[in-house]
Design a protein. Structure first.
Length: 332
């Protein structure tokens, strides 16, 4: 059974098209946003007005090059559709890899995909023609612009600070994808030229080496001071660094200042290219709160063209739900 239509529609005989049209009009219409990750796939079912009605998740079965992932997505959507006895009018999907405008994913190491035409496959599996696919960071940025920290703007840059540093650029309400689907990879802009250690991407001096959770810990351990409270912590986390800074620890304040310098300078460089209305900072590190913005904003203003100063800086608000909101926004 196709996920887009209720039971019996495909057996309407000569009046099939009339039957579909009548049922589509009478039955409730839903939209689904999905966020595919290496461990779980998150879903949200939305009304035609963009109201989140239900969210759920299933495991990501990444074995055998992730061959079951899309069929699992289709089956889970169909199960929820059947429960509500309605029509699925659109499906948006965020995936952890470069994605072209026509829905082809070029490579997703986290879920063991090579080149996969996600849009075509989901249309085949579900019978829903309105399917859109995007890179997960870009999709999350779209979600934050729509319902989160970027609400009220239609051109934002979002940077996500987690284990790595991701980014998404929304201009005029549309995702800046790029030719190879890699637009918005802010984490791999070069911000230091004397770095000797190698980033996960193979480069050196990437923003990710200083502004991610792992990067902050790396900086803190590199020149640890004995008089810092951090010296007594066996397994330092980025949260420990920010907590110590909030309590006035001089060394922690120095590390947070360095973090602000690298991130603020990187965002200034981004602003020179895309000139957004606002910046939204998300990811696990952003839970530290306003101390993030207080340390990033001054370095941004010090390093940007005068016409680009004093942009709005906001913290993300949707957390792990940003992906499902952004995914569904692509098809509403």
């Amino acid at each position: 059974m196709k996920a887009g239509f209720p039971a019996g529609v495909e057996d309407c005989g000569g009046g099939e098209e009339i039957g579909k049209e009548r049922l589509s009009t009478e039955m409730e219409k839903f939209y689904v946003g999905a966020d595919i990750g290496g461990t779980t796939i998150k879903f949200g079912m939305f009304s035609h007005t963009g109201e989140l009605m239900e969210k759920w998740e299933i495991p990501s079965r990444v074995e055998n090059e992730g061959e079951s992932i899309l069929s699992d997505v289709a089956a889970s959507i169909e199960e929820k559709r059947a429960e509500r006895d309605g029509n699925i009018m659109g499906i948006g999907i965020g995936v952890p890899g470069p994605t072209t405008d026509d829905g082809v994913v070029l490579k997703c190491p986290n879920i063991h995909w090579q080149v996969v035409d996600v849009r075509k496959r989901l249309v085949e599996l579900t019978g829903v023609g309105n399917v859109r696919v995007g890179n997960d960071a870009n999709v999350a940025a779209l979600g934050e612009m729509w319902k989160g920290g970027g609400r009220g703007f239609d051109s934002i840059v979002m940077v996500t600070l987690g284990t790595g540093v991701g980014g998404g650029i929304i201009l005029g309400g549309k995702i800046l994808t790029g030719v190879m689907g890699a637009g918005g990879e802010i984490g791999h802009t070069k911000v230091a030229w004397n770095e000797t250690e190698t980033c996960g991407c193979g480069g050196k001096g990437c923003l990710e080496q200083y502004a991610s959770a792992t990067g902050i810990v790396r900086m803190a351990k590199k020149e640890m001071r004995a008089d810092s409270r951090l010296a007594a912590i066996a397994d330092i986390t980025a949260k420990d660094v920010f907590d110590a800074a909030k309590e006035g620890d001089a060394y922690a304040l120095h590390i947070v200042d360095q973090f602000g310098m690298y991130l603020g300078t990187a965002l200034a460089n981004v602003a020179h290219i895309v000139d957004p209305e606002a910046f939204v900072i998300g990811g696990g590190v952003s839970k530290a709160g306003d101390i993030i913005i207080k340390n990033v904003e001054p370095y941004y203003n010090d390093n940007v063209l005068f016409a680009l100063r004093d942009k709005e800086f906001r913290l993300a608000q949707l957390g792990n739900d940003a992906g499902i909101y952004g995914a569904v926004r692509m098809v509403l």
